[in-house]
Write a protein that binds this ligand. Structure first.
Ligand SMILES: [Zn+2]
Length: 61
């Protein structure tokens, strides 16, 4: 299930990082790869952790 209110979305390579409110008053930070069939997706409580995950992700293409 994708949260639909991402903001501050950036792209790092094929990975998009965005922040969102999880509906319980908490800001979460997700990194998700846009490459087909990759499926890489992580969720973090810290923006820098999400960006780091995006930066260190290596696409399979
Ligand atoms: Zn990927």
């Amino acid at each position: 299930m994708r949260p639909n209110r991402f903001y501050d979305v950036i792209s790092i390579g094929p990975v998009q990082v965005g922040s969102y409110n999880n509906g319980r008053g908490q800001i979460r930070h997700a990194a998700a790869c846009t490459a087909p069939k990759c499926g890489f997706s992580t969720d973090h409580g810290d923006r820098s952790a999400a960006e780091l995950a995006a930066r260190t992700h290596r696409g399979t293409v």
